[in-house]
Design a protein around this ligand. Structure first.
Ligand SMILES: NC(=O)c1ccc[n+]([C@@H]2O[C@H](COP(=O)([O-])OP(=O)(O)OC[C@H]3O[C@@H](n4cnc5c(N)ncnc54)[C@H](O)[C@@H]3O)[C@@H](O)[C@H]2O)c1
Length: 278
């Protein structure tokens, strides 16, 4: 039997400054799915807290990613680069991390946030559509987590990786009516939540903390194609009776990124206006 480690000296320490620790000054960050929605919001918040930020999104969106990067350097005086990558492709992810290391020297913080959903998500959906959702939301997240963590290991420093899961990782929510429940999205997000824990337990020995945030319905731009009827139906299904906003998610991602969150390992933080209570 292995010997239990001796306990820490059980002296209650005085707390240090919260404000001083709520910073990313000098940190090198990556945000995926960062040309719009939640990713652009957290990239902006990381830059405001002092991090250099790589804006990673699909190759076809690189023009939009460049506009975000330019705006962050202008507003906050940090370095920001735009990188096009299809995160389901292993080579794209390896090339993306190589380019970030070239630009910034290393990687300290990662918000692995790229993801997709499909309004035709139900048991009769085509296999190709099911696979695409799982590829982006689960395989892509695995590749980003692994490649970024391996850079941190090689550079012999810790870091923080935050995955965007969803409340759909904890409940099975409707696509638009109570008779039509998401299948691929919920499976991919349930997998992403558990992937977070599996990666966390593997990498914490290197000082790399991996956690996830699970938002409910947020106005991010991703629902622009939905009808007003569907939007109203979703909003009314949540105890708070409205969608959440970008301002309401950035704080929790920033918290996990900073040294205020050094005891979070493999946690999933749900932020959903009460949607998962009932
Ligand atoms: N908005 C919500 O209500 C909500 C709720 C829960 C979870 N989420 C999750 O939050 C994350 C961000 O969603 P959002 O609402 O900001 O949507 P969004 O569509 O604005 O952002 C997703 C981004 O991911 C990018 N992307 C998609 N596939 C990619 C790939 N293969 N490689 C690289 N980039 C890719 C898209 O181009 C897009 O910019 C997703 O993981 C989503 O599942 C969103």
């Amino acid at each position: 039997m292995t010997q239990a480690k001796s306990l820490n000296n059980l002296v209650v320490k005085e707390i240090t400054s919260v404000a001083a620790r709520f910073t990313l000054k000098g940190k090198k960050a990556i945000v995926t799915g960062a040309k719009g929605g939640i990713g652009r919001a957290t990239a902006t918040a990381f830059a405001e807290l002092g991090a250099d930020v790589a804006i990673v999104d699909l190759p076809a969106a690189v023009g939009e990613s460049e506009a975000v990067a330019k705006s962050l350097s202008g507003r906050f005086g940090v370095k920001s680069v735009a990188i096009g990558a299809d995160l389901c492709q292993e080579n794209d992810v390896k090339e993306m991390t190589r380019r970030v290391v070239d630009a910034f020297g290393t990687i300290d913080v990662v918000h692995s946030n790229a993801g997709i959903f499909d309004m035709g998500d139900n048991p009769q959906m085509p296999v190709g559509a099911f696979k695409r959702i799982v590829d982006v939301n689960l395989l892509g997240m695995f590749l980003v987590n692994r490649e970024c963590a391996e850079v941190m290991v090689a550079h012999k420093h810790g870091g923080s990786i935050i995955n965007t899961v969803s409340m759909s990782g904890s409940i099975v929510n409707p696509t638009r009516t109570e008779t039509d429940y998401m299948v691929a999205y919920t499976a991919s997000k349930g997998g992403a939540k558990h992937l977070t824990k599996a990666m966390a337990v593997n990498y914490i020995r290197h000082g790399i903390r991996i956690n996830s945030v699970s938002p409910g319905y947020l106005i991010s731009g991703a629902h622009a194609a939905m009808s007003q009827k569907d939007v109203d139906w979703w909003a009314n299904s949540v105890p708070i009776k409205r969608f959440g906003e970008m301002d309401e998610i950035v704080g929790i991602v920033c918290l996990l990124a900073t040294d205020l969150a050094t005891y979070f390992v493999g946690s999933d933080i749900i932020m959903d206006g009460g949607a998962t209570i009932t």
